[in-house]
Design a protein. Structure first.
Length: 335
């Protein structure tokens, strides 16, 4: 079924219409600078329930709440100096902060946790909508639970189009990877829960403290576990096999036609072969992140059963890219 008619250009009439849908407790697809979100009124439990239902997401998995600015967020959290420093450095932008919540945030949003994940997004369309509303927006990535995050309006229409009334089209997402999540419940011990576009080194520099990383091999059954942290997540339907960075195949060992090979940068051999793809001409990390989920979803839709994907170099943004690739591949390792 084609649901591309649900994709709305962000003109004045459509923006007003989408704000009205949100005031009516509906949930819609919306662009952010990281990935597309499935947004609804964070303060209204009926909207929040719809988000979980549309995604097929377990109620144990808490949602990120999006605000127009720090002041709007501070009305609903217990704030601290580290929050203000990170907000000044990275908001609006791809950083999510976990802090103690106030009672105004429904328990349903946080899966019963006393903390809430908050973010001030940068995308002009998302910001335009927030300014029209007098409530913040809860928004997980707009994909069916466990699948790859959407980086274009068409991805949302393709997977969730039958269950929602609208997807605002903000073009391809700049970053193409979900926000970095940092746990600041204890400002003395900041912990990165999910790597993303804002790197650990950038956070260290801002807070003047060494942030820890959540050990990726978490307990997948614990109620407080953040499912973006589940070993098996972000998975396409195709089987994903990872290749070490720089270990893409050579001219005498090209992949068979049913297998798609995804390289970081344009290889020097067999570039005329239809099943060989590259994420960036030059291997630039921002470009690799920007194109990764789009290419995976395109190849999935084309029916490839197997994707061989080269890992990124383990530096800066490469850490977040390899984190997502590891989870995409884990689906099949676990089988
Ligand atoms: O870039 C993004 O963060 C996108 C856009 C739409 O903003 N959103 C996104 O949301 O990736 P989602 O729901 O797909 O991932 C949010 C992650 C989940 O793994 C969730 O478990 C974790 O954040 N999370 C949410 N609230 C939390 C909390 N109170 N404590 C710990 N983890 C939390
Ligand atoms: Mg997600």
């Amino acid at each position: 079924m084609d649901h591309s008619n649900k994709i709305l250009k962000p003109n004045a009439a459509n923006l007003a219409h989408c704000a009205e849908l949100l005031r009516d407790d509906e949930v819609i697809g919306m662009p952010t600078e990281t990935v597309y979100g499935l947004a609804g009124n964070a303060l209204n439990t009926s909207s929040v329930r719809k988000i979980f239902a549309v995604k097929g997401r377990p109620l144990l998995d808490p949602l990120i709440v999006h605000f127009s600015d720090l002041a709007a967020a501070e009305a609903h959290i217990e704030t601290n100096d580290s929050v203000r420093q990170l907000a000044a450095a990275f908001w609006p932008g791809p950083l999510t902060i976990v802090v103690p919540k106030q009672a105004s945030i429904p328990d349903l949003v946080t899966a019963g946790l006393p903390s809430v994940a908050i973010r001030v997004p940068q995308h002009p369309v998302f910001r335009n909508i927030l300014k029209r509303l007098n409530f913040p927006l809860a928004a997980p990535s707009a994909n069916p639970f466990g699948y790859v995050s959407p980086t274009r309006a068409s991805h949302v229409a393709h997977t969730l189009g039958s269950r929602i009334q609208a997807v605002l089209d903000g073009g391809p997402c700049d970053f193409g990877l979900e926000s970095t999540i940092i746990d600041l419940r204890n400002p003395q011990v900041p912990v990165i829960l999910r790597h993303g576009p804002v790197t650990a080194a950038q956070v260290n520099k801002t807070l003047q403290i060494d942030v820890r990383s959540h050990n990726g091999a978490g307990d997948d059954t614990a109620p407080q576990s953040a499912p973006g942290l589940l070993t098996k997540h972000y998975s396409p339907t195709a089987r994903v096999t990872l290749l070490a960075h720089g270990e893409t195949l050579t001219a005498d060992a090209a992949p068979e036609s049913g297998i798609a090979l995804i390289c970081n940068q344009k290889p020097t051999w067999h570039t005329d072969q239809a099943n060989i793809f590259w994420l960036s001409e030059t291997g630039e990390l921002n470009e690799i992140a920007h194109n990764l989920f789009e290419l995976i979803q395109r190849l999935d839709q084309q029916g490839y059963q197997q994707l061989w994907i080269e890992q990124a170099t383990e530096a800066g943004l490469g850490h977040a890219i390899n984190d997502r690739l590891g989870r995409a591949a884990a689906k099949h390792e676990a089988e």
